[in-house]
Design a protein around this ligand. Sequence first.
Ligand SMILES: Cc1cc2nc3c(=O)[nH]c(=O)nc-3n(C[C@H](O)[C@H](O)[C@H](O)COP(=O)(O)OP(=O)(O)OC[C@H]3O[C@@H](n4cnc5c(N)ncnc54)[C@H](O)[C@@H]3O)c2cc1C
Length: 417
Amino acid sequence: MKQIFDVIIVGAGASGLTAGIQAARQGAKVLILEHMEKAGKKLLATGNGKCNFTNQKQGIAYYRGKNPAFVLPAFQQFGLAETLQFFRELGVYAKVKRDGYYYPTSGQASSLLETLLMECRRLKVRILYEIGIRSMEQEQGIFLFHTKQGVFRSRACILATGGKAAKKTGSDGSGIPYIVGFGHKLTDIVPALVQLQGKPSFLKEVAGIRAEGVVELYIEKEKIAEDLGELQLTAFGVSGIPVFQVSRYAAYGLLLKKTVSVRLNFLPDLSRRQVMELLEERFFIYGEGKNASEALLGLLPDKLNGVLLKESKILPEKRAKSCHRKELHCLASQIQSLQIEIIGTKGFDGAQVTAGGVDTDEVYPETMESRLVQGLFFSGEVLDIDGMCGGYNLQWAWTSGSVAGKAAAAYACSRKK
Ligand SMILES: Cc1cc2nc3c(=O)[nH]c(=O)nc-3n(C[C@H](O)[C@H](O)[C@H](O)COP(=O)(O)OP(=O)(O)OC[C@H]3O[C@@H](n4cnc5c(N)ncnc54)[C@H](O)[C@@H]3O)c2cc1C
């Protein structure tokens, strides 16, 4: 009699390992098939190796996709409190950094990964590495995985193959044919949490500038999203966490061949009138003996001042007091609305996550089970849910992995009776 596992999980990333642990804790016999030589390679890269694994602030507002409300039933079962408790039991304590970001006290993604693997060993969850899955099918209620290392069988299957972002880590989109093979649709897939490529020629001059501000994203003439924080200007374009947060919308706009642009506001706390008053003070009241460049000195990073003057067509050496109010109006507008046309992104290789994925209309939100194929489950980034920067993508991996793991185990055990 050939061995039949209760649950086979494809992908030993954040969500696959969590699903494996949760399924095994329900008494299921679990096998994880991983095509890389190691588990959790993307997890190791998270938070610059420090692993921002969740966030104090939670809610639907932090998740995106065709239907963000899809996450709610799963969060009711396994939310922030359950996540912190899950990791505490594994030995990982959380410390909060700025903006509610949680990191392990070890400060190491590697130690968090090791605790997941330790628990897998304790629960006898088998992980096979460098597996080459040739095809997958379901025959008389049993899933068959045809691999270079032989055929594996299971009652339930969880696809936890991630998206297409950072393919060096293993999530390279090679799971997509399995999903489609089971008859599932995918929504459009684009890179998210990614740098945006800008058009203007001044980018080379401003490369290296970091300044607090607001980024507003426009598709055609409509403002779609905005975010606040440290903006980074590079020779490539714009970067920084606020840019990451709006990048998925830019990527979708570009996919639809729409005109995409960002407007940067470097003095977001002031109204336009207040910026005008401030410039008038600097140029007309305290501007005696100064040129335009000197009148701006100290307000914003020097390199940026130069670009703003150039874009306002004010010569840096022009006497401050001889500047016209119209010129200052133009300068105020550049300070609060510096426009950069967006012509691309850093692509999947430069992205942290994938937006789009398995269409959530075809998945039960309470269990992560397919509505099309009984016994087939999904977890993590493979689904059409992407989180904001700040620990939300890993939180989705823990949440969906836990729910899928428990539900897959329950399904498999019910089939044995
Ligand atoms: C540089 C970087 C930094 C990040 N920082 C953070 C952060 O600080 N906080 C945060 O919340 N999120 C962060 N993320 C995002 C987060 O890492 C992912 O959203 C999360 O890992 C997704 O988990 P997953 O299990 O769904 O997919 P993954 O972790 O990608 O795991 C998928 C697994 O499936 C395997 N696999 C794929 N295809 C196959 C196949 N055909 N056969 C067998 N195995 C397969 C892969 O090798 C991989 O091991 C970051 C991402 C990157 C790239």
